[in-house]
Design a protein around this ligand. Structure first.
Ligand code: DQA
Length: 152
């Protein structure tokens, strides 16, 4: 599929600090390490990725809107906005591109304020709790969904 649309991998607030941020929870891999691993896994599966991070909620909304035309599927780790953002929820709802909510940690096993996911209420599915491997599983799921979409 030479002209296949890419998988967008979008990252929210504080994920730029991975590697040094609470490593006992989030691990030692940096976001650059994760980007490289995602690109490699996608390449093996015949897709490219577009990988971005922002601390700004509206920028993530803009990227979700951009992805409506440009992406085959989206891996989204919205960080803390997962639990608070009606705007991200609405942006996902406004799009027919499948979103895989992704987390390094397992929010269901953490503080109560992390148990609600407004992203999850609009997403296709969730992968959480496997550290950096969550991203690789999410990229695999995204490619499968993208290929299904391409056949449909
Ligand atoms: C996180 C979980 C969120 O609750 C938290 O706010 C984050 C990271 C994760 O990947 O485990 O910033 O999305």
């Amino acid at each position: 599929m030479p002209d296949a649309k890419p998988i967008y991998v979008l990252n929210g607030p504080n994920l730029n600090l991975l590697g040094s941020r609470e490593p006992e929870i989030y691990g030692r891999a940096t976001l650059a390490d994760i980007e490289q691993a995602c690109a490699e896994r996608a390449r093996q599966l015949g897709r490219k990725i577009v990988f971005r991070q922002s601390n700004v909620e509206g920028e993530l909304v803009d990227w979700l809107q951009e992805a409506r035309d440009k992406a085959a599927a989206i891996v989204l780790n919205a960080g803390a906005y997962t639990h608070t953002s009606v705007a991200l929820h609405d942006a996902i709802k406004a799009s027919s591109v499948p979103v895989i909510e992704t987390h390094l940690s397992n929010p269901a096993a953490r503080e109560e304020f992390r148990h609600v996911s407004l992203v999850g209420k609009a997403a296709k599915g969730v992968i959480a709790g496997f550290g950096a491997t969550s991203y690789l599983l999410a990229v695999e799921a995204a490619v499968l969904l993208a290929n299904e979409g391409a056949r449909a």
